[in-house]
Design a protein around this ligand. Structure first.
Ligand code: PMV
Length: 321
């Protein structure tokens, strides 16, 4: 059988996905909006062969146990669709600097969905690929289409998928990722989604989602940075409020994380367009119009606790290479 290699970018969520209404199908409790991160990618090669069992290497290291099981569960869906029984050899590399703590599961499962389906002889549409990637990691559904992407929660497995709302060239926006050295290993998002409903704030956050989606979508389409800045900070703060008030509580922020929030708001008040958002970790994604990158990057790198600043523009869709 043929070998296929696919490449996908990670994405940063502007309106966050947090909590599932079905954990195994990864059907979210709310829609979300994100942007793919150009320059950062996962490349995954898949070959099906008859003998043995599925195998996985990530950055040339063999992976077994839960990591392999999660990949095999996507391969099972592909085998079922293609009506084949063969096992697969999967090898994946990513170019994110080691230990930078950038969530890689979105890029990884998007690249796996594309490479494995093609290697099995299938030719899936973008929406079918988005649904398949979603089963590995919800946010991976958003790394299939290019540019600015919305994951519509849908009514079930068939229509919970992501679509592009604007191509990469629509708005020259840059993500400056301030890497903060986290003292503790983070709790994974799969465990986090499962306890989101224990926070009394989650119901209010979910009920208010269509308002935030609308403001964010409109701000992106109009390239209105001020409206965009206010809504992404608000949404990130809402998700972290839910995390902190879950049982058990999840506190992803470090002191340096909060220091960056204050600095970014001061810069914005002083006329530098920049806005923060944080996923399930301590690192802060600071968005700015691309013309401001040098000023923002320099200022971020001078803040206490920032070990590195990665810079990414708007990325395209998952593709075969
Ligand atoms: O796709 P997951 O299960 O890794 O969850 C992603 C959760 C956040 O990154 C915190 C938010 C998001 O929408 O990407």
């Amino acid at each position: 059988m043929a070998t296929f290699t696919a490449q996908a970018h990670p994405n940063i969520a502007f309106i966050k996905y947090w909590g599932n209404r079905d954990n195994s199908l990864r059907l979210p409790v709310n829609g979300s909006i994100s942007m793919n991160l150009d320059g950062l990618f996962t490349r995954t090669t898949v070959t099906f062969h008859s003998a043995g069992q599925d195998s996985l290497t990530i950055n040339e290291r063999a992976v077994t146990g839960k990591g392999l099981e999660r990949v095999s569960s996507i391969l099972d869906l592909v085998r079922e669709m293609a009506n084949i029984q063969e096992c697969a050899e999967v090898s994946s590399t990513n170019n994110f600097p080691a230990g930078a703590g950038i969530a890689s599961s979105a890029a990884a499962f998007a690249a796996l969905a594309l490479a494995s389906s093609r290697a099995a002889g299938l030719s899936l549409s973008e929406t079918q690929l988005s649904r398949l990637a979603r089963r590995g990691s919800g946010s991976a559904s958003r790394s299939i289409p290019g540019g600015f992407v919305e994951w519509r929660m849908g009514s079930g497995d068939g229509d919970s998928l992501a679509v592009s709302i604007a191509p990469p060239e629509h708005w020259q926006l840059t993500d400056c990722i301030a890497v903060v050295n986290a003292a503790h290993k983070k709790t994974g998002s799969t465990e986090g989604h499962a306890i989101a409903g224990t926070s009394p704030l989650q119901a209010a956050r979910v009920a208010d989602t269509s308002r935030r989606l609308e403001i964010c979508r409109t701000a992106i389409l109009n390239k209105d940075f001020e409206a965009f800045a206010n809504i992404i900070e608000h949404d990130s703060d809402m998700m972290h409020s839910v995390m902190m008030t879950s049982t058990p509580p999840l506190m992803y922020w470090q002191a340096a994380t909060v220091g960056i929030f204050h600095a970014v708001r001061e810069w914005r008040a002083g006329g530098i367009p920049a806005a923060y958002t944080v996923d399930a970790g301590a690192n802060v994604h600071v968005l700015c119009p691309s013309g401001q990158v040098e000023a923002v990057r320099k200022r971020l790198s001078e803040l206490p606790g920032v070990s590195e600043v990665l810079v990414a523009g708007v990325g395209g869709p998952a593709r075969l290479i």
